[in-house]
Write a protein that binds this ligand. Structure first.
Ligand code: PTT
Ligand code: SF4
Length: 612
């Protein structure tokens, strides 16, 4: 078999054992890699109802057929497990040399089971696996941990690690890499922490099996240069992801003051141009020629990388318009290893709850120092409020009561990305039907919706577009495992991916073949949810109630008086279900599962929740 190593490394931290398992071409073709492998393994191996922060959960690193191959932007890995945020399937995608090294060590995936007796660093060097003590860095942040690893193994290895957030099982703790990237905002850092797994180091030296290595090397090299040329021509990475901030402000899509407002006159102070002007360094993932991470000095002179989501949710959403202060908040999130997006939404929710008189506290909007203090209390769970906020905004709202759940900005327990959809029905649906809780990674329909001037519409064309985008973004890129930015930001042709796939695997797939895998993966994730939440219904796929609230409208500007409407949103949701072949609860029908070749998995799920 080419295109896959055909091997998975299974490690048990409780027993300090490991073994290599093999998989065949049927499994590979059916699930492709990355998210596909992760959801299938988790579905098969996790008993429903297990505690995501207990030893029964599994932490998975999964790669795809082009991950780690020298071709445009392939230095990415999927981290996955049962999510401590949502209780459903959870994953994330981060730039790391683990992608290349794990495959060169001979594995397409790593499954970590059990719970170590003490803080542990797992070291994988080809066939050798070691369980080393990590007591020296337990209690330390990700920067110090990376330095500690660097001093032992150098920068050439693949590293995943966690900070105090993961150790203390903050539900939205992330995993960080040596390259300064972060992923797994569904709480994968907390899953590592629950296992006392401080870090994973990987070094591989074997060739990755490919059908046509020479052809792949030539095409990959040429394409990396072409992507670089396109990026230079377009100037995209000058402002990177934060280039979108000014546009979001202009079109009333910026989250301001816990998403209460959609625009702010000071937003220009933190836009892409200002960020680029303040740039002191550029970060990037391996195998990338359009490096998009912009680092600036924070207010204490430390280097911090800022992306759009981080800027918008730690800045305007908290009514902070000072880049250096925001950089500090970002730096702290990175060092503690907690998700910037959930952290921003949790803090804004708390400030809003105080505003509403639901709770009392010495905190408010435009309070950078208070925000820094709270991030520390959250990461360490060192105060009562820190402990509550470490649980995420949904659980905090359930504790605060008084209807505050309506303005906890989350779906299924996972906080929103930085698009204020008070009056953007399609993007609101994209958050609603994202299979891991609110995330923009699955479908970013907002540009289609606003640039084509169809903002008002709740028509089936939006549901259709969301599925098209989910197939590409949440399906293809998360399972072939590669960064989507060349495609989305530079227009790098999607047809390049079947071309790479053919060079590595020898299989001549059309895009439709990839869409079938994508649909299978989405349905499989739904089955995972069904087992966990047998009484699930379509309300699971609704965005926060405040977006439907006539009292929460903008009072001036282009969308003054506008808000989402329940019956129309529900109609749009139904279009989505119909096109996907889901029933009224949003669960794939038996016929859909049969068509996708997962009827057997459907029968396994049916023991817990009915299928139609
Ligand atoms: C992703 C989420 C994002 S998405 C951002 S900024 W973005 C936040 N980054 C964080 C950070 O930084 N530090 C931190 N402590 N927490 C953070 N949480 C947030 O995490 C990221 C890029 C970006 S920057 C995006 S959109 C794209 N995402 C991709 C994706 O999801 N899939 C894919 N195939 N390609 C992608 N390319 C882009 O990658 P999660 P990264 Mg992250 C510091 O993982 O859980 O999905 O959350 O991956 O390697 O840092 O690159 O405006
Ligand atoms: Fe990483 Fe950005 Fe390059 Fe994508 S474009 S691989 S996120 S540096």
């Amino acid at each position: 078999m080419k295109g896959w190593t055909g091997q998975i490394l299974r490690v048990n931290l409780t027993k300090k054992t490991f073994k290599t398992e093999t998989f065949g071409e049927d499994f590979a073709r059916k699930w492709l890699g990355g998210r596909g492998f992760a959801v299938k393994i988790l579905f098969d191996e996790l008993a429903p109802g297990i505690d995501p922060l207990g030893p029964d959960n599994k932490f998975i690193v999964a790669l795809g057929p082009i991950a780690g191959i020298p071709a445009p932007n392939t230095g990415k890995a999927i981290v996955a497990g049962k999510s401590p945020m949502t209780g459903g399937y959870g994953d994330g995608n981060l730039g790391t040399r683990v992608a290349e090294h794990l495959r060169k060590a001979g594995y397409d995936a790593l499954i970590v089971e059990g719970r170590a007796a003490g803080p542990t660093m797992l070291v994988i060097q080809d066939d050798k696996v070691e369980f080393l003590p990590a007591d020296e860095v337990w209690g330390k942040g990700t920067y110090a941990t990376n330095d500690w690893i660097d001093a032992r193994y150098g920068k050439g290895v693949g590293v995943l690690n966690i900070g105090q957030g993961g150790e203390n099982m903050v539900r939205y703790a992330v995993v960080r890499s040596l390259e300064g990237r972060a992923g797994g905002r569904t709480g994968m850092g907390a899953v590592m922490g629950s296992k006392l797994l401080k870090a994973i180091v990987v070094k591989g030296t074997k060739p990755i099996p490919q059908a046509d290595p020479a052809g792949m090397k030539k095409v990959g090299g040429d394409d990396l240069r072409e992507v670089q040329r396109m990026d230079k021509k377009s100037g995209w990475s000058i402002q990177g992801t934060n280039g979108v901030l000014a546009w979001c402000n202009e079109v009333h899509a910026l989250p301001v003051r816990n998403f209460r407002k959609t625009q702010h006159p000071d937003a220009w102070k933190v836009d892409g141009e200002r960020l680029n002007n303040a740039r002191i360094a550029t970060y990037g993932c391996p195998n990338c020629t359009m490096r998009c991470g912009i680092a600036i000095h924070d207010d204490e002179g430390r280097e911090a990388e800022l992306d759009y989501e981080n800027v918008a949710l730690l800045g305007p959403n908290l009514e902070i318009f000072d880049l250096a202060q925001m950089a500090s908040l970002n730096y702290l999130c990175d060092d503690y290893g907690i998700d910037t997006m959930s952290a921003g939404c949790v803090l804004s929710f708390y400030a809003d709850a105080i505003d509403h008189g639901v709770v009392t506290g010495a905190y408010g909007f435009n309070d950078p120092e208070g925000s820094k203090r709270l991030l520390g209390e959250i990461a360490r769970r060192s105060t009562k409020i820190g402990d509550i906020l470490a649980e995420g905004s949904l659980r905090a709202a359930q504790k605060f009561g008084h209807g505050s759940v309506d303005y906890a900005m989350q779906v299924k327990g996972l906080e929103l990305a930085a698009y204020n959809c008070k009056f953007i029905p399609g993007m609101a649906l994209a958050f609603g039907v994202s299979p891991i809780g609110a995330h923009h990674k699955e479908s970013w329909i907002i540009t289609f919706e606003l640039k084509q001037s169809v903002r008002e519409s709740y028509g089936p064309e939006k549901a259709k577009k969301i599925i098209e985008l989910q197939r590409i973004r949440g399906g293809l890129f998360e399972s072939i495992v590669s960064c989507r930015f060349p495609w989305i930001e530079l227009g790098w042709g999607i047809e390049n991916y079947p071309k790479y796939f053919q060079l590595v695997s020898g299989l001549n797939w059309t895009l439709d073949d990839f869409w079938t895998v994508a649909d299978r993966i989405y349905s499989m994730i739904k089955l995972f949810w069904l087992r966990e939440y047998p009484k699930t219904d379509r309300r699971h796929d609704y965005p926060p109630a405040v977006w439907f609230d006539p009292k929460n409208v903008d009072t001036e500007g282009a969308i003054a008086g506008k808000h989402l409407e329940y019956d129309k949103y529900d109609g749009l949701l139904q279009h989505y279900y119909d096109l996907r072949g889901y029933d009224k609860r949003g669960i794939p029908t038996k016929a859909t599962l049969e068509r996708l070749g997962i009827a057997e998995e459907g029968r396994a799920a049916e023991k817990y929740g009915p299928l139609t």
